[in-house]
Design a protein around this ligand. Sequence first.
Ligand code: SF4
Length: 382
Amino acid sequence: MSTFKAANPTRRSFLKWSGIAGGAATLAAASTPTRGVLIPAANADGTPSADKTVWNACTVNCGSRCPLRLQVKDGVVVRILPDNSGDDSDFGNHNIRACVRGRSIREKIYSPHRLKKPLKRKAGTKRGDGEYEEISWNQAFDEIADAMRHTIDTYGNEALYANNGTGTTGGNMLHRRLVWRFFDAAGGCLQPLRNYSNAAAIVAGTYQYGGAYTSNSTVDAQNSKLQVMFGLNQAETRMSGGGELYNILQIKKKYGVKTIVIDPRYSETALTIGDEWIALRPGTDAALVAGLVHVMVAEGLHDQDFLDTHCVGFDDDHLPDGAPSGSSYRAYLEGDGPDGIEKTPEWAAEITGVPADRIRQLAREIATAKPCAITAGWGLQR
Ligand code: SF4
């Protein structure tokens, strides 16, 4: 593997703004009839007529929660419009434009596959057979109440489990906390620990950063001289005017901060805002970081005062109570830890595939940028 300089500005420029330009196209698409939906007669200009426009939101759990304006005719949503508030010339107060998924949300609202009545597995069939029959709401309530009562009486409330469901965040009628509250009203239940997206990062981030997240916010880059992204790919995972893709594009456009993207893939993020892409073997980020910090320490580029006053465990003089000598990060880097291996750039190069000289140079760039924004995707902890 090797480093790569992004060298096709024309294509990059095109893709950089395609998400925004695509907004007009998707808006037009949203005004056309979708399967199974009765669309009222159109206005003279071809748009569906509507009685009113109401605010709503897209809560498909992509990470954003884009506002939507729903045009309604006779109780039917006939058209989806994006946010029209804010001021695009004022970053931070800009329109939050929904992406195509939000703008086509009528397909979800009126999908013939939505469950509208309780279904129960047919008698005599087993799980996985996929055979169900409709039952009344009263029967459903009675059967669920009986099952809850049996479970609580037999095993206790801790045998009730309320699953996570961050896709319901932002929902008024369907928020997962309503289910938890319902179970709590019945005496309590077992709930998930943290979440399925970044539970490990929440734990690790608490130790690494003193907070719940793994790195700088992407908007910190506007105050930085250099931005280094580890496995962070908002261009494919955080789209729309409300997503981080918009943030990173605007910050790059407005402030021009140099951006290095570290990722096994030449991602859309590397393509759109990366000044440089550093490819490494999947899952070897920690080795790369060890090689980087080894250089910083060897060349005296680290901030020893900060480490001495704000951190625990960097060197053997600042270990937590009870930790054995040789268990600090510096001991690990310098080969004085249990594995006895010095984490030189050459060592890291063997593991990561990133050339040792590039590791040295990157370490110097990060350490001397002052400040450097370092951001990490959640994939590293998954
Ligand atoms: S980015 Fe798209 S999918 Fe995500 S909340 Fe906004 S409209 Fe919905």
